[in-house]
Design a binder for this molecule. Structure first.
Ligand code: SF4
Length: 637
């Protein structure tokens, strides 16, 4: 019989209680010296309480010069003792914990580490743009020793094992790949030389930690760059790692240049690395772990049942719902809050070196703050608007004990967020709104749809507090012809509320404009996007933007950039592009020139009672800001 997610797994000398692991993800919750904070410890503890059998931490730099983020560190003995509190609390909550250990090599910047980055060779880093210094053989030996010392510190701090990060284009991967390793000494050239650095690291860890300490190795099955390492070489490397004493192989993919493979965006098929893991599993006898768009326990079970892997990594899914394993074990999979793949809180923010957040889980990063405290006085709360901000406000207000009524003027929940799920590959956004709607039902919040709120309605509700989250509407700048019958707003177009002709000009190439253009092209329209910036969707995170740009190109969407719209007439949009006037023939013009708060009602009800505005109704922003603002507002009542 195939093992199930809830069955135990032996890894080296260790028994995991189930096959659900938190994938290693950088949080930026440690302090600048790599020391664990209460926020960092509570984040891991919450996932252990949620039922994960194994937690793999973020990267622990083996040397401060090997940091690519403000991540954790075990590069000196002083860092051992503070980490004992982390491992103690995770163990008390029933999980095992590995420290991921790494050196980022060239995938960092001199500004962050205060020195020139190092690598196997002096090739400019295609993603970071800096030229690293090639390591001497003596320096290689030093770094090998730093890995062993870091693993020894992890063992002394109470970790159950280490995961050596040999994936994603970091230093070990830089040595493993002919793409980044052009050395002519015994560490470069044939695969047998390129793997030497990794094998020496494993040997050093074994020498310093003994055979009982679990050592895992994370590897990109394929780097997805021209001339990079592929699955055939990966399989050979994994056999050599097993022979060197590795207990577990963790299959991932990509380097920074193929970031879409590290953080697969919406539109990537679920469990997309399962076949690669299965190929690795065929050539080794140690357990194989796999990551990559495995969002639900049910999909994870299919991977186990097909014999493709032994252990499943939940990355963003564990950020979205720390209680995923517990809910699954208790038969409540339907109550799991799924990651929607937006990458707004966990990736875009991380690359600003800021603490990570989650759009669908506004409590991420606040686990230790005991945020949900019963209100001193139960009050009546009216929430106006059923977008993410309003829904989260209603949920939080109810959680702390208030009576809550939510009114939404349309016949469904979600507001503009629901419309945002309509473009290709965005359908997963809906699961958040569905989860919130069902959660409000479970909590006993009264939800009234098709309910226009007026000052009379506010007065009749006799609420102590009105939370105003009526969202935002499209901006209409003073362009001649903008009020014409051939002009429509993107939200109306996506919602199917207005007819759209065959030739379309989308005014505005931000996220809404680009995705509306993609949607229209996907249903057969001939589309051009006009934007004053030098490109479209520039604010999108790299992984999603890559998908978007490939699709826009495939569907032949014209990008008219560096261009300003000067007028709209019946059959054309007039633009000025780099000093030259142009006419773009079209049947319909779709406006996506930005959003502005919907405040008409707010002005009317201000002063009637305690009114608190949230989300887009204050300042049009993204869902990440809206959900947290709504949740925090509800808690504060
Ligand atoms: Fe998933 Fe978005 Fe949350 Fe990241 S921020 S974990 S992508 S829902």
């Amino acid at each position: 019989m195939s093992p199930t997610l809830l069955s135990p797994l032996r890894v080296g000398n260790l028994e995991l209680k189930n096959r659900m692991a938190v994938a290693p993800m950088v949080t930026c919750y440690c302090d600048e010296d790599g020391m664990p904070t209460e926020q960092y410890i509570a984040y891991h503890e919450a996932r252990a309480h949620g039922g994960f059998g194994l937690i793999i931490t973020e990267d622990y730099a083996v040397d401060p010069l090997g940091r690519g983020f403000w991540c954790a560190g075990l590069w000196k003995d002083e860092q051992i003792s503070p980490h004992r509190e982390l491992t103690k609390r995770v163990h008390a909550a029933g999980a095992k914990i590995f420290a991921q250990i790494y050196h980022c090599g060239r995938q960092t910047s001199a500004a962050l580490i205060g020195a020139q980055p190092v690598s196997a060779s002096a090739l400019p880093c295609p993603s970071m743009g800096e030229v690293p210094r090639p390591l001497s053989v003596e320096e290689i030996h030093t770094i090998v020793g730093q890995f062993g010392d870091t693993a020894r510190r992890a063992r002394e701090a109470g970790f159950d094992g280490v995961e050596v990060h040999g994936a994603h284009g970091y230093l070990i991967a830089q040595f493993l790949s002919a793409y980044s390793n052009k050395r002519t000494d015994s560490y470069g050239g044939p695969l047998g030389n390129r793997v030497r650095f990794a094998l020496e690291i494993i040997a050093d860890i074994r020498a310093k930690c003994g055979n009982g300490f679990v050592v895992s190795f994370r590897i990109s099955a394929d780097e997805y760059v021209v001339g990079g390492r592929d699955l055939a070489e990966t399989k050979v490397i994994c056999q050599q790692l097993e022979a060197a004493g590795v207990d577990l192989i963790h299959v991932s993919a990509g380097t920074y240049e193929s970031a879409w493979a590290i953080i697969p965006p919406l539109g990537t098929r679920y469990a997309w690395l399962a076949e690669a893991a299965a190929e690795v599993k065929q050539v080794v006898s140690i357990p194989v772990q796999v990551v990559g768009r495995i969002k639900t326990p049910e999909v994870a079970e299919t991977v186990l049942q097909a014999g493709q892997a032994d252990l499943i990594s939940f990355g963003r899914a564990s950020l979205a719902d720390p209680d995923l394993p517990r809910k699954y074990a208790e038969g409540h999979s339907d109550q799991i809050r799924e990651c929607i793949g937006c990458n707004q809180g966990c990736i875009s923010i991380l690359f600003l070196n800021q603490p990570i957040r989650c759009l669908v889980n506004p409590s991420l990063g606040y686990e230790g703050a005991a945020e949900i405290k019963p209100a001193a006085v139960a009050r009546k709360v009216l929430v106006v608007g059923g977008g993410p901000a309003g829904l989260e406000a209603a949920r939080a207000a109810r959680l702390v004990g208030h009576e809550v009524v939510l009114r939404e003027r349309s016949d469904h929940l979600g507001g503009n967020f629901q419309i945002g799920a309509i473009p290709p590959a965005k359908g997963e956004l809906i699961s958040y709104i569905t989860w919130l709607g069902e959660e409000l039902q479970r909590l006993g919040v009264t939800v009234r749809l098709s309910s226009e709120v007026t000052p009379d309605v506010v007065a009749a509700e006799r609420a102590d507090v009105v939370v105003y989250g009526a969202g935002a509407r499209h901006v209409r700048p003073p362009i001649p012809g903008i009020e014409g019958a051939n002009v429509a707003e993107a939200c109306d177009v996506l919602a199917g509320r207005v007819p759209v002709g065959h030739r379309v000009v989308v005014a505005g190439g931000g996220m809404i404009g680009s995705e509306t253009a993609l949607y229209l092209a996907s249903i057969g329209r001939e589309v051009a996007i006009v934007d004053r910036l030098p490109g479209v969707a520039l604010e999108e995170n790299a992984a999603r933007r890559r998908f978007l740009m490939l699709e826009l190109e495939r569907l032949k969407v014209e990008e008219v950039v560096d261009a300003t719209i000067t007028a709209i007439s019946d059959g054309a949009v007039r633009v000025e592009q780099r000093g030259k006037a142009r006419a773009l023939p079209c049947d319909t013009v779709v406006l996506a020139l930005g959003m502005t708060p919907r405040v008409a009602l707010l002005d009317e009800i201000e002063g009637m009672t305690d009114v608190r505005a949230i989300g887009d109704a204050v300042e049009a922003a993204d869902g990440l800001v809206a959900s947290r603002e709504g949740f925090a507002c509800g808690l504060a009542i």
